[in-house]
Write a new protein. Structure first.
Length: 418
């Protein structure tokens, strides 16, 4: 059964009238955003919606990522306003230049729902400790009459999109994550703004580090991949960086930062620490042992530990005197606010790419940037490999910083996983 979704007829800016009944449309496109928010999601939603409406499609925004897809009550009289909404040009234009996602997001994995999180109307059917509610997702998409689904997310959100495709859903996906670690693409929505913010905030904190002649330690995002630490360091924001791909020696880091500090006329030095970075013979540092639906514990705290140990070891390299530390976790500061230029342009292009594929009847694809050109590839690329920093090629393990080799014919952001 398809849901009859009727809304007030909106006018396009060019004077055209949008068709308002799902059953009379050329087709229905669903779109959702999952995982962490990043600047660039709203421009992507806007691009999809405006192009789709003008091509004769209805667009339904599924709210709260995959969570909205499991909470839908398949009854025309039910209030599903918290689970989906019909998108219009007016709605997406209002949000299209802002950060975050107006559709909201979650880290829900419909194939792995704890009993406490099963929607009330499904508790009689799904009462195991962990439940796979995928059959309900498929029924709900059919209830909405969705012909194509466009999920926007990182490898967790998109790994379930692969499952949807294998279940028969026509999926065209977009890569999003400030870590830039979705396999198959050189660029993920949110990465440029993250790097921009990191450079800006590091430069802002330099004044305090210099005034007090301290080490400046900044913890940045990056669970498995160190791109968000590598690029700002390469751009000159920091002297050193430590990344998840290489277990580092705190003794070596202290020695290097002390050397950097002595050479600096203002007597300070800076290190960027990926949240997933680890010491030699140690594991990742977690701030919470609870796991999300994809099995990840929340990282956080490596910056605190690095800071404490730098201070303890610093007398050895500073004539017996300790060096104090400014320790700052950038966290959500780099994912909040409006998108930069790249995260306004790329989502627009990705959204139009997705519509090009749909208009050609093509699905099971991931829109990507490869070697500076827009392209697409099979969606199962998301689950077939890992995208991490190639340490041998890009990271100097002796100097704990990026390699500076020839940039000729390199992509815009230099480092890919290939």
């Amino acid at each position: 059964m398809q849901a009859e979704v009727k809304i007030k007829q909106p006018k396009y800016q060019d004077g055209g009238i949008a068709v308002t009944n799902i059953n009379t449309k050329k087709g229905v496109i669903g779109i959702l955003t999952g995982g962490g928010d990043v600047p660039g999601l709203n421009p992507a939603i806007r691009a999809v919606t405006i192009r789709a409406l003008r091509e004769g499609y209805q667009v339904i925004g599924i709210r709260r990522g995959w969570a909205g897809s499991i909470d839908i009550i398949r009854d025309k009289k039910a209030d599903n306003s918290n689970n989906y909404q019909t998108l219009t040009e007016e709605i997406v234009n209002k949000a299209g230049r802002t950060g975050g996602t107006f559709l909201h997001s979650s880290r829900t994995h419909p194939g792995h729902i704890a009993a406490a999180n099963v929607p009330d109307h499904l508790k009689d059917t799904y009462n195991e400790e962990i439940n796979d509610i995928t059959p309900e997702v498929l029924k709900n998409l059919d209830f909405l009459g969705i012909d194509y689904l466009i999920p926007i997310g990182g490898d967790d959100t998109l790994s379930y999109a692969v499952r949807m495709y294998r279940e028969g859903v026509k999926v065209v996906a977009m890569p999003k994550t400030m870590d830039n670690d979705v396999p198959g693409t050189d660029y993920c929505i949110g990465f440029s703004t993250c790097v921009t913010r990191t450079i800006q905030m590091t430069n802002n904190l330099r004044t305090s580090a210099g005034s007090h002649e301290r080490f400046l330690v900044l913890e940045v995002f990056g669970r498995y991949a160190g791109f968000t630490a590598m690029l700002p360091t390469m751009a000159g924001a920091a002297n050193r960086c430590v990344i998840p791909e290489y277990k580092f020696s705190i003794e070596k880091l202290t020695e290097l930062l002390s050397e950097d500090r002595r050479k600096n006329p203002s007597n300070y030095s800076v290190v960027l620490v990926s949240e997933g970075a680890t010491f030699e013979d140690c594991d990742m540092v977690y701030c919470d042992t609870a796991l999300d639906a994809f099995g990840h514990a929340k990282l956080g705290g490596i910056g605190d530990i690095v800071s404490a140990q730098l201070k303890d070891l610093s007398p050895k390299y500073n004539n017996g005197k300790p060096v104090n530390v400014i320790n700052q976790k950038l966290g959500y500061l780099v994912r909040g606010g409006d998108p930069d230029a790249i995260d306004s342009i790329v989502p627009m292009a990705y959204g139009n790419q997705a519509l090009d594929l749909i208009l050609d009847g093509i699905h099971g694809r991931l829109v990507v940037l490869k070697n500076g050109r827009y392209d697409n590839m099979p969606i199962d690329a998301v689950t077939s490999s890992k995208k991490i920093v190639d340490v041998e090629k890009h990271y100097n393990t002796d100097r704990l910083r990026p390699h500076y080799h020839s940039f000729e014919m390199k992509p815009l952001f230099i480092m890919t996983s290939e």
